[in-house]
Ligand binder design. Sequence first.
Ligand code: ADP
Length: 632
Amino acid sequence: MSIQSHEFKTEVKQLLDLMIHSLYSHKEVFLRELISNASDAIDKVRFLGLTNQTLYEANTDWKIKISVDAENSILTVSDNGIGMSKDEIVEALGTIAHSGTREFLEQLQSKENLQKADLIGQFGVGFYSSFMVADKITVISRKAGLPNDMAVKWESTGDGRFTVEDTKRDGRGTDVILHIKEDEKRYLQEWEIKAIVKKYSDFIEHPIYLEVEREKQSELDKTKTVKVKEEEKINSQKALWLRDKSEITKEEYDEFYKHISHDFNPPQKVIHYKAEGTQEFTVLLFIPSKMPFNLYFKDYKIGPMLYIKRVQIMKNCEDLLPEYLRFVKGVVDADDLPLNVSREMLQNNRQVEIIRKNITKKVLDTLSEMMQNEYDEYVKFYREFGKILKEAIHFDFSKRDTVGDLLLFESINSAEGNLIRLKDYVDNMQEGQDAIYYITAQNYKDAVNSPYIEIFKKKGIDVLVLTDPIDDIIFTDYEYNGKRFKAVMKGELDITRSDDKTDSKKDFEPLLKFIKDVLDNKVKDVRLSGRLTDSPCCLVYDEGAVDQRIEMIMKAMGQTVQEQKKILEINPSHPLFMTMNERFEKGINRDELTKFVKLLYDHALILDGSRPENPSDTIKTLSEILIQSLKT
Ligand code: ADP
């Protein structure tokens, strides 16, 4: 029989190194991870067996067994699940499948040791965490459906290599055999194991047995005792979601959530209910308190677990929740779906659609209650997940008003970082104001210092501050309770001082034309502004133009973006413009005026966050003007 030696992939080596030298104070999680793998393995064979009975091998007595050999410091976790073939074990226990793990490791490189320890818990590093307590691990596994002599033995001391060789195993399944380190021997004690299982894995739906040694009276000689091995079931096995709400403690919910999410923090909100009526299903959902660090990774799995009559069918069923609720985790256990349901069937299934509608509504109702009754908690939630939730405005028209009620924004009339409800904005709108005004900007400071909101400040009209790049896509054509969203940087504004504007327009027309000629085709138009009170001028887009930041993103992605010319708006009451007009009317020195116009345009570019086209020319003209004014 040949022994093959393999090298771990680089990222596994890094991870192992971390585990072996770990300072993490809750090393006991290794047992949770092994039990969780065993339970997954049983779920898999149970599911596959529904359509391929031979995999059951006449044994559907699902079981996870923990046994201890104290003398030799060995702890074994066994299961009769799907098992692994030789190729599978090399792949599964030699590489790391999730891209998230790699990112996690990168994050770790830069962290101090103590913070590293914390992250281990947050991440839940699976099988490899056993190297925190074991100096050698042997895994014996036999894949369901293969003969007993086609089992495989995997072994490693965590030093960068592992070996695999052929072996035998009675029945399908896996034994993970830990050779416990000298100073971690407490994990061989019965009470310690029981306490860990109770804490982390009580609700695992398969029975977990602990093999214990008991002293018993000898049958042969009643005066003597003998040691016998007994198996004792140590988890209550009751699926948490099927238990009565009133009997479940916060700790139990928290542990279950951590188990399914690999999150270190307790959830912010638990949603647990049973739907009765034409469709019966039980739902246990969690809103996390922190954004999962892998939410934006490609392999982030969307959707709660789907159980059908207590059998796990899918770890993530994306048809059960809309994408804008992808941060929600949990379990849905349906009674009325066929057990052999396929992914394709789920997609167009009417019952699934009913469940999806029901739980979407429930989550949104829960958020709405939170907003009304625990505003501070809601704000915490919103800071984490608001940017995901608001995608609903763009993607789910049927929920535009409902989700609109849940939106929070910064605004120029409230302090930086303060979030106000959209609903309150609308309730406090000024008489005659018929649009919800917003400004998109890199950050709050840029927004409040922007020339685009001068008139709003003057009139006391509030403007929402939108700082996420996707905001402009989401809100351009949004109407909330009959009020449309309007960008203050685009198009003409309805709130402008229309009375003085029409008068002055006539007076200034020749100068405006002159400016337009000077700027030639740089701008689309030159007009008087209603939005400026302090700044001399600004550049605005036409209504319906693509937001500048979106334009930048599109360019960065290599897309060709049609050039969008802006409109130069001029503040008619600004002294700069008034003086220019006086000179213009007197008809003197067109060359000098041309210089002023170019300078005015540069002003607008700078205020717009752009660069003057020719900075050295700008500075030259400015210096000339400065020198002149110093001379006089
Ligand atoms: P994860 O469980 O998050 O995928 P692990 O490192 O814990 O990561 O396990 C890696 C893989 O090894 C699993 O995805 C599974 O395919 C396999 N595996 C681990 N333990 C078992 C087991 N007891 N039975 C069958 N396969 C297992």
